[in-house]
Design a protein around this ligand. Structure first.
Ligand code: IMP
Length: 212
């Protein structure tokens, strides 16, 4: 049985940007979010082999340590022509490359090396996994995806991370050329949001949240 998320929760992140975004998403539901960073909780190693597994590791560790329901996410960019890489290693690839301009150039170079030049050979998708864990061991998970292609050179300066090289299907502008509302906004009419994270949140809201 799905369980309602109410009251005070821990957002299992030490990233200020993610915390702000999650607080904004949760505010209309009357949920007070404190972060794992603010509570001084340790960051667990992300040792799972998929997004849901890593989101669960973070949510369960925070729920146990704080004795409160905890909410965590894990996300990344999967490129078909690279067998799903960088996938769960998206943050690591960017760190190893030095910055996002370099990691986006690396992805383009690897695709060209493999002969993936035509748009249909450059398919990719973003994934966002959200996990909620309660101190008694109950858990809920949701996964949102958005499909598109890798473009080169990257376009736009909005957003973050891999946004400038991702052109979502049905659009003429990359995530890097969209406003945050276009990319992450939750449509008031109940239609599907665009970004992987907003889509996962819509699923979580439908199952576990009620407007305050
Ligand atoms: P994590 O979820 O904090 O482990 O990091 C996910 C990685 O995927 C980071 O390197 C992000 O830059 C990248 N990523 C996840 N979602 C997005 C997005 O919406 N736009 C661009 N990059 C993203």
């Amino acid at each position: 049985m799905t369980r309602l998320l109410q009251g005070r929760i821990v957002v299992a992140t030490h990233n200020a940007g993610k915390l702000r975004e999650m607080r904004e998403l949760l505010a209309p539901y009357g949920i007070e979010a404190v972060s794992a960073g603010e509570l001084g909780l340790a960051e667990p190693d992300e040792t799972a082999t998929d997004f849901i597994g890593n989101a669960l590791i973070k949510a369960e560790a925070a729920a146990r340590a704080a004795n409160l329901p905890a909410f965590a996410d894990d996300s990344g960019l999967c490129v078909d022509g690279l067998n799903g890489d960088p996938g769960i290693y998206s943050a690591r690839w960017a760190k190893e490359a030095g910055d996002y301009d370099r990691v986006m150039a690396k992805i383009d170079g690897l695709l060209i090396e493999r002969g993936c030049v035509a748009p249909e050979q450059r398919r990719a998708h973003f994934v966002s996994a959200l996990a909620v864990a309660w101190p008694d061991g109950h858990r809920e998970t949701f996964e949102g995806k958005v499909f598109g292609i890798i473009v080169a050179p990257p376009r736009g300066t909005a957003g973050f991370g891999y946004d400038p090289c991702f052109l979502p299907d049905g659009h003429t502008r990359t995530f890097g050329e969209m406003t945050s509302d276009e990319k992450h906004g939750i449509p008031a009419d109940g239609s599907q949001a665009l970004s992987h994270r907003a889509r996962a949140f819509q699923m979580l809201a439908a199952a576990c949240l009620r407007k305050a």
